[in-house]
Design a protein around this ligand. Structure first.
Ligand SMILES: Nc1nc2c(c(=O)[nH]1)N[C@H]1C(S)=C(S)[C@@H](COP(=O)(O)O)O[C@H]1N2
Ligand SMILES: [Mo]
Length: 320
């Protein structure tokens, strides 16, 4: 079993120094507030885990999100196995994704808001701060991983945007640049990648905006510099490399839903009893294991999110 493996996120002293320097160079430290990034790296180094309790929460981590119940998947695995169709349909796009230029990244916030605005990623982080959370991730293709993300609650973005009272959904869009992402030249795809959620979902405690992973600024292949992670939904809902946020009263259609709405629905909540039309969703294969494990309702986060869907029938919970 994978449970007693030493979590890979216990960083060595020298790694911490390197990353602190790196963060400084990217000038993201300012954005991370009073050394939140540094404090995080520091506690990571200091938190020696005893063999008896490999999952005791790391000091400095928000307790509720410090224990994913499974060991963190090694960065060497998760950073080399990605879905990022802008760079190709293969899982081996990490090299290709380095073409993405994340300098001076600006996010546009608009639609049904009091006042539309544009904001740079560093300024955004000054307003939101950052924290670390360890989350399970379950792809609709039935592979899974556990990643220590750094980011801020999506609720803070909603608060900053001040949607008008009629707004019901939040919608995100990925960058569009065929010079950087060559698959965006393929006209059969509904580019740019788009995903949306109800405002209630966006304001749930678990909904997370990600700017880092494994104690570092977010890797480009993970969707730098800003992506979503909704850990109770299938992975395709967690949109990468966001340039646009908007609010609307009309339910948005995601990238995959636009392509094939029988296979990829709006809700897309993880549910082992509701199969994909072409395969079972009862089990999944962790990226670092040869054995399949059972898939859990809402990916194991039912306690936090089931209330959002009370009254919906099983089909609606998952898809339409
Ligand atoms: N813009 C964009 N976002 C995306 C995707 C994509 O192809 N393009 N793939 C999705 C899918 S299917 C999954 S499983 C996750 C994968 O995230 P990872 O590569 O960081 O593991 O990103 C999601 N977000
Ligand atoms: Mo996925």
């Amino acid at each position: 079993m994978i449970y007693h493996r030493r979590p890979s996120w216990i960083m060595k002293e020298n790694t911490v120094t390197d990353e602190a320097v790196f963060l400084n160079r990217r000038q993201i430290m300012a954005g991370m507030g009073a050394g939140a990034g540094l404090a995080l790296l520091g506690t990571g180094a200091g938190a020696a885990m005893t063999p008896e309790s490999p999952f005791s929460p790391r000091p400095g981590l928000n307790g509720a999100f410090a224990n994913a119940g499974r060991a963190v998947t090694a960065e060497s695995i998760t950073s080399k196995y990605n879905n990022f169709y802008e760079f190709g349909s293969s899982k081996r796009i990490s090299k290709e994704a380095q073409k993405l230029n994340t300098d001076d990244w600006v996010i546009e916030v608009g639609g049904m808001v009091n006042k539309p605005f544009r904001i740079g990623i560093e300024d955004l982080l000054k307003k939101t701060g950052t924290e670390e959370r360890i989350y399970r991730h379950r792809c609709v293709e039935a592979w899974s991983m556990v990643v220590p993300w750094i980011g801020f609650p999506m609720r803070k973005l909603v608060d900053l945007a001040q949607p008008t009272s009629g707004a019901k959904y939040i919608v995100f869009e990925t960058f569009m640049d065929t010079k950087v992402a060559k698959e965006q030249k393929a006209s059969w795809y509904p580019w740019p990648y788009r995903e949306g959620y109800t405002l209630a979902e966006a304001q749930n405690d678990l909904a997370f905006m990600v700017v880092g992973a494994y104690g570092k600024v977010l890797h480009k292949q993970f969707g730098a510099p800003l992506r979503v992670h909704m850990p109770w939904k299938y992975g395709f809902k967690s949109i990468k490399s966001i340039v646009k946020v908007s609010f609307t009263n009309k339910r948005p259609k995601g990238f995959w839903e636009s392509l094939q709405n029988k296979e990829y629905g709006f809700w897309a909540n993880v549910n082992p009893e509701y199969d994909h039309p072409r395969w079972s969703q009862a089990t999944e294969k962790p990226l670092d294991s040869d054995e399949r494990v059972p898939t859990l309702l809402y990916n194991g986060y039912a306690e936090q999110v089931a209330g959002l869907y009370a009254g919906n029938d099983q089909g609606r919970i998952n898809w339409f």
